[in-house]
Design a protein. Structure first.
Length: 563
């Protein structure tokens, strides 16, 4: 029987001065029985009159933990549920929500050591989480907007329906849940004025992937707002509409005071589907087709060579710049390049130098290449040691560790043995910023993947994007699967070939895939053991601070990135 996720009550000390000393935000942390890597948390934020267990929140937390191995944290904003009161006269203005979100994220990151991958906000909670991310935390990969208002000023009309004289009275009374009981409470006009201010177009400042969910029978927020989010966020937005569902995802009942069909399980399923690893991979593949800020294609068609793509276009963490396009390319081996492909390398891509990371043994087996106008620099990783995919497959099969840990052992070897070849590439970036290059090994996955990650991390690209870029190789090799499979199989020793067919196929299939989790783990190891990409260049490759500044500057374009 599969173990159930563990739920624990959490109290987080409030940092905002508008609460009494010792005040806390109360939440529930759901811990999965089998956490995914990296340990990632989804934060659920309720709406105006809600609490941490209302609507789909509790169900969604369980499904995300059960099905995807994600931690979940749902909490009561102050002045709601079990959390502390706000002592100021203005009460729960939007800035108070921002303070609560900041406290929650700080707790999850610094005390629980979790990666905040997703914010899910409902109604007012959506407005708060989306604008908070845009203003203060633009690195969060996924933002989910459920019944969130786009046209903020319309909140005034909504409040006028509840209390026509709210402005003249400087506030109004409403019945809301408090400590799991419905109570009549006073809401100052300042709170409504605060909610009417946000310009939701600032969501475009986030590099996040967005999901929007609306009920088509919503009478509190205009369903047309969903189209405004979709138009604003375009290629990184997914829209899902639930027919017959109201603002809180119940159907309209014919019985007065009764709720109709409960559509909350459908909402939970939509969020789980959006965050499913394969769905995330496919969306990233789609988003990667064009270089950020341009209409140029990332993937290059070079006849005879699969997995050829531009390493440029990815934004830096602060979104002030992005990696230069047309400067650094990565690919599989060029030994199979055709005469037409060779022409493209020179005329269309302008590449003058290739860095071949294959071992001498690999080159002898699969051949070297000569492309007119292209200088081939053979910088074998590991010297004469065979580092081919077949050798990696055999090494992984002999290690008594998980696939993830096995790859980390192999990739750490690359960092140690690749100091000289990797240094050649960084020296070129430092000294020849106007001479485009291509880096490759055999499949363009492992040795090339590690140096590509080092380059992007040094440029300041968010680790989540670096790991997703690594994962693109699965897409880049999809048409070459059978050919590469046979090539790896032919390179295996007799003992490995005699293994059970299913076991052998499983090992090779894993070898040919590029999993997001693998690179995320590698980035964590790089940070912990080498001081990150910059520490590796300094301590392992011998570059000075001035060198690193020059390399980073040569990698970046200062034009504003269009996200």
């Amino acid at each position: 029987m599969t173990a159930q996720p563990l739920e624990s009550r959490v109290e987080i000390e409030v940092s905002a001065p508008s609460s009494k000393p010792g005040s806390v935000i109360v939440g529930t942390l759901t811990t999965p029985s089998e956490p995914s890597y990296p340990p990632s948390v989804v934060v659920l934020a309720h709406g105006f009159a809600g609490h941490r267990d209302y609507c789909y929140h509790k169900l969604l937390a369980k499904k995300l933990s059960d099905e995807l191995g994600l931690y979940c944290f749902r909490f009561d904003f102050r002045d709601c549920g079990e959390s502390a009161e706000i002592e100021t006269a203005d009460k729960r203005i939007l800035e108070e929500d921002y303070s609560d979100i900041a406290d929650v994220l700080s707790y999850l990151r610094n005390q629980q050591n979790l990666f905040v991958s997703t914010l899910v906000g409902h109604s007012r909670g959506a407005v708060a989480t989306l604008t908070y991310a845009a203003l203060h935390d633009r690195e969060i990969p996924y933002l989910v907007n459920v019944s969130g208002r786009y046209t903020s000023i319309e909140i005034r009309d909504r409040v006028s329906q509840l209390a026509e004289s709210w402005e003249a009275d400087n506030g109004y009374y409403a019945n809301v849940p408090r400590n799991r009981e419905t109570k009549r409470r006073w809401f100052p006009a300042a709170e409504t004025h605060s909610l009417a201010k946000p310009d939701m177009s600032i969501c475009a400042n986030c590099s996040s992937d967005f999901l929007t969910i609306y009920g088509l029978a919503d009478t509190i927020v205009s369903v047309s707002d969903s189209a405004k989010f979709a138009n604003l966020l375009a290629g990184r937005h997914t829209l899902r509409l639930v027919p017959d569902a109201d603002h809180n995802f119940y159907g309209i009942s014919s019985e007065p005071g009764q709720r109709g069909t409960n559509y909350n399980p459908q909402v939970a399923d939509l969020v789980v589907s959006f965050l499913d690893p394969e769905a995330r991979r496919l969306r990233f593949v789609q988003r990667s087709q064009l270089l950020t800020g341009t209409r140029h294609h990332r993937w290059k068609s070079v006849d005879g060579v699969p997995n050829w793509r531009d390493l440029g276009g990815w934004p830096t963490r602060d979104l002030s710049s992005f990696v230069r396009e047309g400067f650094i390319f990565r690919a599989a081996s060029l030994s199979t390049i055709s005469s037409e492909g060779a022409i493209d390398v020179n005329r269309k891509l302008g590449i003058k130098k290739s860095f071949d990371l294959r071992s001498t043994i690999e080159c002898a087996k699969s051949g070297v290449y000569e492309v007119p106008g292209l200088q081939r620099v053979h910088c074998p990783l590991g010297g004469d040691e065979d580092m081919s995919p077949a050798e990696i497959a055999m090494k992984l099969s002999k290690l008594d560790v998980s696939d993830l840990e096995g790859y980390i052992i192999v990739y750490k070897d690359f960092l140690e043995q690749g100091a000289r070849p990797y240094k050649y590439i960084f020296e070129h970036i430092r000294d020849y910023p106007n001479h485009p290059i291509v880096m490759h090994c055999t499949a363009g996955k492992d040795r090339t993947g590690v140096i590509a990650a080092l380059i992007l991390l040094l440029a300041g690209v968010e680790p989540d994007i670096v790991a997703r870029e690594y994962e693109l190789t699965t897409h880049g090799l999809r048409h070459e699967y059978e050919q590469l499979y046979q090539r790896i199989l032919n390179g295996l020793d007799s003992g490995f070939k005699e293994q059970e067919g299913a076991a052998k196929s499983k090992i090779i299939a894993r070898l040919m895939s590029s999993r997001y989790e693998t690179m995320r783990k590698m980035i964590d190891v790089l940070e912990l053991e080498y001081g990150g990409a910059e520490g590796y260049l300094t301590n392992s490759l011998g570059f000075s601070d001035a060198d690193i500044l020059c390399i980073r500057d040569n990698l970046l374009s200062r034009e504003a990135a269009m996200l």
